[in-house]
Ligand binder design. Sequence first.
Ligand code: HMG
Ligand code: MG
Length: 300
Amino acid sequence: MHPKEVTIVEVGPRDGLQNESKNIPTALKIDFINQLSTVGLKIIEATSFVSPKWVPQMADHNAVMTGIQRRPNVRYTALVPNEQGLKDALNCDAQEIAVFTAASETFSQKNTNCSIEESLNRIAAVIAGAKKHPIPVRGYVSCTLGCPFEGEINPQHVQRIAEKLITLGCYQVSLGDTIGVGTPHKVQKLIDVVSQKIPLDTLAVHFHDTYAQALVNIYAALEKGITTVDSSVAGLGGCPYAPGAGGNVATEDVVYLLNGLGIDNGVNLKKLAAIGRMICDHLAITPRSKVSIALAGATY
Ligand code: HMG
Ligand code: MG
């Protein structure tokens, strides 16, 4: 039933740190990403080239992207909202970019100051620019399982947007449960509906853990054949424009689950958990990962 191998997209340096109120020194972010690069992760979303007026936590995107030590087996990607972001990301040698839209009109307005239609037009321009270089483009759809402003979201609506992103040139669409309200049957229904129009292997899942459902939702997604999972070390994360959004599912918890299921993922769990504890020490918070906490005291 489950895939043999899963690719983890580590979003901690972007989704995690964008939501921290503490001012995080650029050198610490660089060290964090450099350490994450040593544990077997293949894709790290390092920063976002969004407006610093909107997300000041990511204002040092240039310095982060150019300051990290690139490892040949890791792809360093960044979130891009518009052509200005693309230009900056390319100047900093991002190896991949991620564009983002939403399945909720209200969230789209709050997060990007435009309608879904307008955001898709912006994305079309970004992808056209990216193709000239060429670098791969990943797409996110937010609020696929619920919106903080509009409540329930129709899976057919997500299907239309995901299909559009693939048509525009995204190689993959990550289904965001931005506020972590999904439950397993809803996840499976969403995947069923969306995969009627786009191939299953172009879908990823990106679950926040507000209601402690993220891991079981990932299990449900694996049962449907999903092979790419986004997660954030120590469960850092959240969206400043999505009230109530909890942290992302912790990468440590995902790796523990995958290991237990015998699914290859390539990540050294102990090393990863130590990095999660390191960044949490700096942020003066406790890791939002029971696996991380348990491993800190484990004797086996
Ligand atoms: P706007 O205010 O409508 O745009 O924002 P604007 O074109 O009027 O620009 C305003 C100012 O920002 C201008 O500066 C621009 O130059 C500057 P000023 O003239 O006032 O000095 N600006 C930029 N600066 C640097 N880089 C840029 C850039 N663009 C404009 N790329 C905009 C529109 C899209 C820019 C804004 O709304 C924005 O940046 N939004 C991003 C919000 C965000 O990052 N949210 C979190 C990430 S999404 C997420 O977390 C969800 C996800 O994880 C999936 C999930 O969980 O569901 C992906
Ligand atoms: Mg997110």
